[in-house]
Design a protein around this ligand. Structure first.
Ligand code: ADP
Ligand code: ZN
Length: 622
């Protein structure tokens, strides 16, 4: 295909890129910064690209590689992903291959020969292989269009995915100074960015910094009440959607996965404690199936490129806001609506505080950990727009409330909680700073349980002074007091609460406390909160769109065809067509092949290969 390009009348690099975008990918226009980046790299310049997950980073190097003569070398640490990426490119008619440890020597030799002969447009390679003398010699013998350094944050020791081999990648610049390099990452923080530029020798490269907003993700943080019921409610509303449910521990992953299975949901567990075969099998089912729900620890995610993950649920607090952003970011890569739901409760706060306080990290490290925890808890307890809070944390201004998060759907009331806080804090104090929240709430509400009378807590001053609130509201108060740092868990971990120094001014009436009133909403009514009223429709449907019954039938028929075609070739369904493209078929109902070819995501090769099949279904169903 690059031949076709070089033969046609001379086009500018940008024009050539637009032609490839249309003909090969079937997309009508570049998104956001893509056009600038593609033009810059296709013209032979270096670039550092920071773009969120789902922002469309791949095209930023794939298209320049096709426009420029020679093969584009893509360095990626995610061996598990290379195959899917190469499969997807081959579906488009792009000559792509990969070299990593999963190939035997014969297969690897084939790929090397193809590279040398100029028979490849893109070659994916693991970093440890790239820097071997054998591979560098191969590069000397081949014509290279560009180097793309994907997941470039792996070069930074500050990041979470540090790979020592990435440090050696500066060799590329030394050996091939004339070949343009583009480094890409979805990690936004300034320190990592500087690290990438310095360590990869990209200080002169142009920086492309995109907005980190993910407009198609709806954020919800909901007070934990009965987590299983809340989760089930949420899942029942989106029965056909694929999604990820994150839990903190392996035990909980197993328990939740089993519970969902018992409820008839197609759920699978994933964590590092499963044997490799089961783990791999479950991952394959998630990627290649439709509507599978993966219950997982954070071990699951890096290396999941599935574009139609429709929701990400956190059953426990993530480690930090960065982690939350990355984990929720795995939803909605295809640009269609996706949901991020976090269930958040008292014990989560206590647990995380305890982990940070009891860690024996050096003081400077501990300070950072504490700051990260404060930011995370601040996000959970905010009455502000979640998106604004999240983006502010990443140093980005988001001008007004987003209208697509729980606090925007249902504005959170705050109130002067000084007196309430004083009652709660003095209940802690007067019972000797030894008891957990359940007992404290009984005391406040004047419930004379056996434990209360036995300890004589029915005779203290705070007994029954808090009848204005129910159990749940008091739990919310205690959670906020821990989150704000007035209370903490006892260091021995018996589950008791103790006062911190910060509590003194509150008890003395020198400091006011503002608290939020948790809305009692059930999580994740589809379409979003009251305003749309979309939640209680009779028949639950995929979150993709609200379809008429006829269109719904067509949508399912198209998905079934896609799955069948994918199974025949052993590839994930989305490499045939994305959901967004199927949805276009449903909405536009093209009557002829040419018309089908104009839909986004239907490039020349796919039209030729699959057009008839899909057209058939559209014509017979409508
Ligand atoms: P990232 O690597 O940044 O997470 P991808 O490169 O996987 O993102 O792109 C995300 C999705 O957006 C993919 O499904 C891709 O096909 C789609 N996409 C990217 N650029 C465009 C575009 N210009 N027009 C339409 N779809 C696009
Ligand atoms: Zn909002």
């Amino acid at each position: 295909m690059p031949d076709a390009l070089t033969q046609s009348a001379p086009l500018s690099p940008l024009e050539a890129a637009q032609k490839v975008l249309r003909d090969v990918w079937g997309y009508s226009a570049f998104r956001g910064m893509q056009a600038d980046i593609v033009e810059h790299v296709a013209t032979g310049n270096d670039a550092l690209v920071l773009m969120p997950t789902g922002g469309g980073k791949s095209l930023c190097y794939q298209i320049p590689a096709l426009v420029r003569p020679g093969v584009g070398i893509v360095v990626s640490p995610l061996i598990a992903l290379m195959r899917d990426q190469v499969d997807a490119l081959r579906q488009l008619g792009v000559r792509a291959a990969y070299l990593n440890s999963t190939l035997d020597w014969r297969e690897a030799l084939e790929v090397e020969r193809a590279c040398e002969r100029g028979d490849l447009d893109l070659l994916y390679v693991a970093p440890e292989r790239l820097v071997t003398p054998r591979f560098l010699e191969l590069l000397e013998r081949s014509q290279i269009a560009l180097f793309a350094l994907d997941e470039a944050h792996c070069v930074s020791q500050w990041g979470h995915d540090f790979r020592p081999e990435y440090l050696q990648l500066s060799i590329l610049h030394e050996k091939f100074p004339e070949v343009p390099r583009v480094a890409l990452t979805a990690t936004a923080d300034a320190q990592t960015r500087t690290d990438i530029a310095n360590r990869l020798g990209l200080t002169d490269a142009r920086l492309f910094l995109a907005s980190f907003d993910r407009p198609n993700i709806t954020y919800r943080v909901v007070a934990k009440d009965q987590e299983r019921r809340q989760l089930l409610d949420f899942l029942r509303r989106r029965p056909e959607d694929a999604g990820i449910i994150y839990c903190l521990s392996r035990g909980k992953v197993d328990a939740i996965a089993q519970y969902l299975k018992d409820q008839g949901i197609d759920a699978l567990p994933y964590h590092a404690g499963l044997d490799p075969q089961t783990r791999h099998g479950n991952q394959e089912r998630f990627i290649k199936g439709e509507g599978v729900v993966m219950v997982a620890t954070v071990a699951f995610g890096m290396g999941i490129d599935k574009p139609n993950v429709r929701f990400v649920v956190h059953m426990d607090l993530p480690k930090s806001l960065e982690a939350y952003y990355q984990e929720t970011g795995r939803g909605g890569r295809d640009g269609l609506p996706a949901e991020a739901l976090m269930l958040y409760g008292f014990s989560d706060v206590v647990q995380l505080r305890q982990i940070v306080e009891s860690s024996d990290s050096p003081p400077a490290f501990k300070r950072t950990e504490r700051q990260k925890l404060e930011a995370l808890l601040g996000f959970c307890e905010t009455a502000r727009c979640r998106r604004q809070t999240l983006l502010t944390y990443f140093g980005e201004e988001y001008p007004q409330p987003c209208g697509k998060c729980d606090t925007c759907f249902e504005p959170v009331q705050t109130y002067d909680g000084t007196v309430v806080a004083q009652k709660a804090l003095s209940a802690v104090y007067r019972t000797g700073q030894r008891f957990g929240v359940g007992h404290l709430v009984d005391v406040l509400r004047g419930v004379a349980t056996d434990k209360v009378t036995e300890k004589g807590h029915d005779r203290i001053k705070t007994f029954g002074c808090g009848t204005e609130f129910g159990k749940q509201e008091w739990h919310s108060v205690f959670r906020q007091l821990v989150a704000h740092g007035y209370l903490c868990a006892d260091p021995e971990g018996h589950g008791g609460l103790i006062l911190t120094d910060a509590a003194t001014p509150v008890l003395k009436g020198q400091e006011n406390v503002r608290l939020r009133r948790d809305p009692s909403a059930s999580p994740g009514r589809s379409g979003g909160g009251r305003s749309s009223g979309g939640g209680s429709s009779s028949r639950p449907r995929a979150a993709v769109s609200n379809l008429s019954p006829e269109d719904d039938a067509l949508w399912h028929a198209l998905k079934a065809l896609r799955l069948e075609l994918a199974r025949e070739q052993g590839v994930p369904p989305y490499v045939i067509f994305h959901d967004a493209t199927l949805m276009e078929m449903v909405q536009q109902k093209p009557q002829e092949l040419d018309e089908l070819g104009t839909l986004p995501g239907v490039g020349a090769r796919k039209l030729e290969r699959y057009g008839e099949y899909f057209l058939d279904v559209i014509l017979t169903q409508s």
